[in-house]
Structure formats: C-alpha cells, structure tokens
Design a protein around this ligand. Sequence first.
Ligand SMILES: Cc1cc2nc3c(=O)[nH]c(=O)nc-3n(C[C@H](O)[C@H](O)[C@H](O)COP(=O)(O)OP(=O)(O)OC[C@H]3O[C@@H](n4cnc5c(N)ncnc54)[C@H](O)[C@@H]3O)c2cc1C
Length: 416
Amino acid sequence: MKFDTIIIGGGLAGLVSGIRLQENGHNCAIVSTGQSALHFSSGSFDLLGCLPDGTEVMNPLDAIGSLESSHPYRLVGLDAIKRYDKEFPAMMQRAGITLTGSASRNSYHFTPMGTMKRTWLTLEDFVTLDEPSHLPWHRVAIINFPGFLDFYTKFIADELEKQGATCVLATVKLPFIEKLRTNPTEMRSANIARTFDKTENIDMLLREIASYCKDVDAVVMPAVFGLSSAEPMKYLKQHLDKPLCPLATMPPSVPGIRMQQQLTHYFVRLGGTFMLGDTVERADVESGLVKAVYTANHADIPLMADHFILATGSFFSRGIIARPDSVYEPIFDLDVLYDADRTQWYDNDMFASQNYMKYGVITAPDFRAICKGETLSNLYAVGSVLSGHDALHEGCGGGVSIMSSMYVADGLLKNK
Ligand SMILES: Cc1cc2nc3c(=O)[nH]c(=O)nc-3n(C[C@H](O)[C@H](O)[C@H](O)COP(=O)(O)OP(=O)(O)OC[C@H]3O[C@@H](n4cnc5c(N)ncnc54)[C@H](O)[C@@H]3O)c2cc1C
C-alpha cells in the first residue's frame, strides 16, 4: 500500500494534518490505535494561558515571543500562528464544527468543577466569558440526573456563588435514564447522551425541568447531548426558554467524542484512509529515509509513503514511554528530551509545574524528527509527542497540536 503521506496517530494532531493535506490533494492514510485526548476534551482548545514563569497570558499573540526558542510555537512562528488562528476555525467549520474565540484575546471557559480557565477556541455549545467576574446571570438552576456521579453540582454551585450567583440545585428523574441506572457502570456521559438522540426524550426532559427554570436566568446542565451530531444540543437550546450553560463532565467527554467522530468522518469524506484499531509497530529506515511502516493488523505488508508524520501523542497515548531510568519513543527510537536524573522528572509539589510534562521527541526547526543525532528527511513529529512545551502549566495543549500540524502539512504541500 502506497500513500503520499502516512500519519501515525489519529488524535487532534493526526487528524488536523491529515485533513489539511487531504483538502489540498494529498493522498493520506492515518493509522490509529484507539482513543485520543479528544475523548477527554473540555470542548475548548488552549493556545497559551500562562508563561513558564507563571505570568498569566490574556493575549497569546503578544506573549509567544517570550517563549523559549525551542518551544513549538517559536518554530511555527508568529506569522503562521496568526494565519492559522483564522484558517483552523474555517477548516473545522468545513468539518461541521463551529468554534468561537481569537488568538489575540483569551476567553474564560468553565471547567467540569465550575472554575474558569483561560482558553483560545471553544465549541459553540459552551458559554465563554470575557472575565470570570462577568457572569451574566444572578440566579442559576443546576440540574443533574440521580446517580450521575461525573457532574459535581455542589462544587459548581460553590464556584458560581463566588461570582455572585444564587444557585438552585435539582435532580430530575427520567425513566430512560433510570433504566441505565439499574447498572451503575452504565451511568456514564456517553450512554446518557445516546438516550437523548431521541427528540421525545429531550421533550420529556424539558417538561421535567420547566418548574426549576421559571425564576432563573440560566440553566446549567452536564454536556451529555449530541454524541454523533450537534442536533440534540441545538434542539435543547432552542426549546429551553432560558440560556443553557452546558458544562463538560468528567471523562468521557461527549462533545470531545463528537469532535473526534466529525473530524474522522470529514477526513474520510475527503478521500483519506483511516485505519482505526491498528498500531504501527516498527519501520524500515534507510540512509535517513523512512521507507515503510508495519502495523499489528497488516503484519509483514509494508505501508509505504513519501512522507510520514508522527502524531502518537505523549505518555497518555504511549507516543513516548517512561522506563525507570529513561524515556523513549517506541516506533523509531527517536531522540527524546528528558532528564537523565530521574529525581528531576517531577516536583513533589503536585501543583507545581512538572518537568516530565516537557519531555517528548526532539526535532529540527522544521519539525523533522531526529534519530541518534541524524535528522530523518521524511519523518515529521507533530502534537503532544513534541518536547519543549508544558500543555498543563502553560495551557497550550490544543494549540501546539493544531499549530504544529498545520505548519508541517503546509510545508509538505509547498514542496509537492
Ligand atoms: C486527558 C487529556 C485531556 C486534554 N484536554 C485538553 C483540552 O480540553 N484542551 C486542550 O487544549 N488540550 C487538552 N489536552 C492536551 C492534549 O494533549 C492536546 O489538546 C491534543 O488533543 C493532543 O493531541 P495529539 O493528537 O497530539 O495526541 P493524542 O490525542 O494523545 O493522540 C495520539 C493518538 O495516537 C495513537 N497512537 C499512539 N501510538 C500509536 C501507534 N504506535 N500506532 C498508531 N496509533 C498510535 C493513540 O491511540 C491516539 O489516538 C488534554 C490532554 C489529555 C492527556
């Protein structure tokens, strides 16, 4: 099997590079083991919320120049980032995903605990604020389902009350959710979302919550609407006579799963090949050139391409793996940034920035991967497998995946 580009990993970074290439005439395959960080997504993409020294960032475009020269954003460059700030949401729109936000001004979105966090782009389902104190509601109803433990109404109420709101907490019993409840392991966001694929079930919910909605300015509910389409959420919003503020739940994330599905379907509609449930295990590399990769399902059948993109994620997706004394990249054995002294990997203060978050593969300035000091001419690394950024402390995870993928794809298209 021969493609223009083979992408290893079908999370945000793999899908963004695949769609960018496929939209511009490349013939791509994505090989992906399984779930990605999108399945845990908050529904927002962060660009830069904080500098490494802890300075809060409100305008990411202004702050990018203060990052170290090895940070993925510095490699992409400010001009490209400004361009992708416009082009990425437009690409997502073509995939059926509407995002709001701008790289020149972070907005605040709600976390599952009801706190507020700076972010770049947010799915249209969710509410964002200019400032945490600019809560537009005085009285809020927070509604949950009995037995749904991944939505913490009390914590959320505490946070909203800090911003001056009064909260009314309620749980509504619905027969189709009660059915799930007979087996507590079924009471997960994705299963609840499936029940709301039926419009009549949303109608029943609307009737049940009507009395709580009378005297409030907004209704907060878990984001458990629309697993494979945005329609259930739209329908609920249209028929509720108060503003709806859905909040992401503890994982799995229903809006995140939907985004993963929409991006995958769009990539396939563009003619891309998506090999889900397959894992790249090894590669043929000759004279600095990747010739082929081999997967678990295709055994000795080589998958060949002119270019390869590594988008296998960080520790979470096993794009890099920690041994007791080292960190390695498992497919190509690429050069990886990590501290040789294990005691430097982490800080005992759990809330401090952790060095291991910056570990990942080392690349040339154009994101070509490096193996034993030699730059491989046709293998690029994108997304959270990259070293030199701290997605958690800097609040830059989604942005690094998006920017590095768009940049690498554009580089390949230029040299077509
Ligand atoms: C739990 C979690 C939640 C996050 N939430 C957010 C958020 O809300 N907003 C935000 O901005 N950032 C968030 N981040 C940061 C996140 O890293 C990025 O936003 C981004 O989604 C990472 O995308 P990625 O494609 O680089 O990696 P991943 O999403 O990890 O995807 C890597 C993919 O590669 C596959 N893979 C791995 N090895 C192989 C192999 N050998 N062969 C084939 N496939 C392979 C995996 O199965 C996986 O599907 C989160 C991170 C985590 C870990």
